[in-house]
Design a protein around this ligand. Structure first.
Ligand code: GLV
Ligand code: MN
Ligand code: MN
Length: 402
């Protein structure tokens, strides 16, 4: 008897959820050993499904299912293999596994070739710059991006050269308009579907997001002998900046600003912090508001630094405008959604997705699945087997009618 693709998908999610760089929690980052094992594992599953596989040196894996129409452009499906630190097992992995199950469920070979992509980086954990895997299939990363350092000072270019999956690697690249689009299934990572009592919906657009690295430089000095008015405490300045960012975001919903990482030097209890470096992640569905707040935040931080006698450096690492989903491709997904779940719900996404990078090539569409309490980027992230089955049915119907 043929294995049931949905049961197989659920088992595969568990397997991927155990492939981690850290035995005590789920973490797979760009070019890490676990990310490579995850790509190899997915590649073997793609081959078992009759796909021809290839991989890029940065660890992105691709499976190709040929179409019956030799003139048809390929349809791209996919999501990311990498995770945040102490992640749940659904963010990213589910999109790849569900797409594979939908391919395995097709009653007959598709007219269009289907290319399934497992991207090496969407989260941007290691280099604080997102979509490295998905951006790379739209063209080479630019020199400035390739020079971005990780916490140890190693650049992206150097990391790919020294840590990449070079054996048998090929360039995975698509020209604009060379595909008929990109479709991604992902957990919602919010509570709208749970509150509506619906398993799935389509996405109308993905919010724009900017990522910035901020450095403040003061003077490391003796904690016992330096009077308070004479200090140039970089961490004190960072704290003032962080609270300012929070106040700005609270005053203009749906703006969201997050400081998710901070490091200080020298980092000893009896030393005044001489330098502080922290990240900013700023998102808004409106491009004009995003840019307005980005400028306002830089001005506020500069003023705080001046007031406290601190050196200030602001580096914009990434700035993506919001990405609208394509009406025609989304309509086809909506038809499949309605026929399986009876709903025609659509919502914007506050989370970033590989679809943003792929929008450079052509139309994009996304399907969201309900997740428990909207929780994500957390080990308790959960989507029910029933909802996953619904998502696979929707994708299968979408592919079968393409
Ligand atoms: C990806 O999960 C992001 O939106 O940060
Ligand atoms: Mn994701
Ligand atoms: Mn994520």
């Amino acid at each position: 008897m043929m294995p049931d693709p949905i049961q197989t998908a659920l088992e595969r999610l568990e397997i991927l959820g155990r492939i981690s760089d850290d035995p005590s929690r789920l973490v797979r980052t760009f070019l890490s050993p676990a990310n490579r094992v995850a790509a190899e594992t997915v590649g073997a599953w793609m081959e078992a499904a009759g796909m021809e596989t290839s991989h890029a040196a940065d660890g992105t894996i691709r499976g190709i299912l040929p179409g019956t129409d030799p003139t048809a452009k390929p349809l791209l499906l996919g999501s990311h293999l990498d995770t945040v630190i102490d992640a749940g097992k659904y963010d990213g992995a589910l999109g790849i596994i569900a797409a594979l199950a939908a391919i395995e469920s097709l009653p007959e070979p598709p007219a269009h070739p289907i290319h399934l992509l497992g991207f090496s980086d969407e989260e941007g954990v290691r280099f604080h710059t997102t979509y490295l895997g998905s951006r790379s299939v739209t063209g080479p990363l630019d020199a400035e991006t390739l020079a971005t350092p990780d916490a140890s000072g190693r650049s992206i270019a150097e990391a790919i050269e020294k840590e990449g999956w070079h054996e048998g690697a090929t360039t995975i690249h698509y020209e604009p308009r060379s595909t008929c689009g990109y479709v991604e299934l992902h957990i919602e990572q919010g509570r709208v579907l749970e509150e509506a009592g619906e398993p799935a919906c389509v996405v109308s657009a993905i919010s724009g997001q900017a990522r910035v690295t901020v450095s403040l430089d003061g003077l490391a000095d003796h904690a016992g002998t330096t009077p308070m008015p004479l200090r140039r405490d970089a961490l004190g300045g960072a704290a003032a900046c962080i609270l300012e960012a929070e106040a700005i975001a609270c005053a203009d919903p749906p703006l969201v600003i997050t400081v998710g990482s901070i490091s200080i030097h020298p980092g000893a209890s009896n030393c005044i912090p001489g330098s502080a470096r922290f990240t900013i992640d700023l998102r808004h569905p409106g491009d004009e508001r995003r840019l307005h707040h980005l400028t306002a935040l830089e001005e506020k931080f500069a003023a705080i630094a001046t007031e406290r006698g601190l050196g200030f450096h602001w580096k914009l690492v990434q700035d993506d405008p919001s990405a609208p989903c394509d009406p025609a491709l989304t309509d086809a997904l909506l038809e499949a959604l309605e026929s399986v779940s009876g709903s025609r719900r659509s919502m914007p996404s506050g989370a970033g997705h590989d679809a943003v990078a792929l929008s450079k090539l052509g139309p994009i569409a996304m399907l969201f699945l309900r997740c428990r309490e909207g929780l994500s980027h957390h080990p308790d992230e959960f989507a029910s087997p029933e909802d996953i089955a619904t998502g696979i049915h929707i994708l299968t119907r979408f592919l079968a009618r393409l």
